[in-house]
Ligand binder design. Structure first.
Ligand code: IPE
Ligand code: IPE
Ligand code: MG
Length: 264
């Protein structure tokens, strides 16, 4: 208890970034961090800039957060970049958002390769414009042998769509008698999700003060820890990331069990 209080008091660290990183690394690092990167439009509006200026600035945050995630030893960083509902936005904004992976990856791919980062994507790939597909494919191809941080972009991703697709695949297996309905269990469903090869997020962060999931990883977030911050995505920096991880490290994950005996 005393130890807990002491840790609480030192939670919002005042040390340098390097000291904080070192301290955080001594404790339990979340293996998979997922982020709903929100608030780009409001960041731009506050500065009387067009919304796309906020998206452009947000790209720089992606770079910063990728670097620190890698440095901390996080295994997977999933970034919600475009939802299946974001097609409802004005065409000009969508066109810009579809060009961002190309710009991000052209600018930072050499750096990602150098840092041993592996680029992946979840979402409906087929519906993306060809130039977006090509940039993502190139980055995936050039980083596929890397075994540092997996930088997983959720692009044209929607959790309900993902679940619908999984149900369709399983229904086909039953129809062609490859499996029986009794064979359906959690691990079978998981194996048909776009995240089949990944562990569930340990920590979900959402920026910009919104406290909702917006159709993001509804199945996978069942036992994740949530961290919400008012900071807008373009302003989210290494310190904000460390705040979220330090907060995570103070949580007591029980997974339905009793204190101290929780297991993933
Ligand atoms: C997040 O910022 C980026 C995407 C959803 C693509 P927003 O564009 O949603 O910014 P706000 O929420 O309008 O401020
Ligand atoms: C969620 O943000 C999607 C992404 C961050 C890509 P939105 O800005 O689209 O979410 P809502 O509409 O406010 O719920
Ligand atoms: Mg938003």
């Amino acid at each position: 208890m005393l130890e807990k209080l002491f840790r609480k008091k030192t939670r919002v660290s005042s040390g340098s970034l390097i000291e904080r990183i070192a301290n955080v690394k001594c404790r339990d690092i979340p293996a998979h961090v997922a982020i709903i990167m929100d608030g780009n439009g409001r960041w731009a509006k506050q500065r009387s800039l067009p919304r796309i200026a906020g998206h452009h600035e947000g790209m720089k945050t992606v770079r910063k957060i990728t670097r620190i995630a890698n440095e901390l030893g996080i295994k997977v960083l999933t970034l919600y970049a475009f939802s299946t509902e974001n097609w409802k936005r004005p065409k000009l904004e969508i066109d810009f958002l579809m060009k961002l992976p190309g710009e991000f990856l052209t600018t930072y791919l050499p750096e990602l390769i150098e840092q041993n980062v592996k680029v992946e994507m979840i979402g409906n790939f087929d519906e993306l414009p060809n130039h977006t597909k090509n940039s993502i494919l190139k980055a995936m191809e050039e980083t596929k042998g890397n075994n540092g941080l997996t930088l997983n972009f959720a692009m044209n991703y929607g959790s309900r769509l993902e679940l619908v697709e999984a149900v369709k695949e399983i229904a086909t297996l039953i129809a062609d008698q490859s499996i029986k309905s009794d064979d359906i269990n959690e691990s079978l469903i998981e194996s048909h999700l776009m995240t089949a090869h990944l562990t569930d997020p340990d920590l979900l962060i959402r920026t910009s003060g919104e406290v909702r999931l917006s159709n993001f990883m509804l199945w996978q977030l069942a036992y994740s820890e949530f961290s919400f911050t008012d900071v807008l995505w373009p302003d989210f920096d290494e310190k904000c990331m460390l705040n979220a991880i330090e907060e995570f490290q103070l949580r007591n994950r029980r997974f339905g069990s009793i204190e101290g005996e929780g297991k993933a």
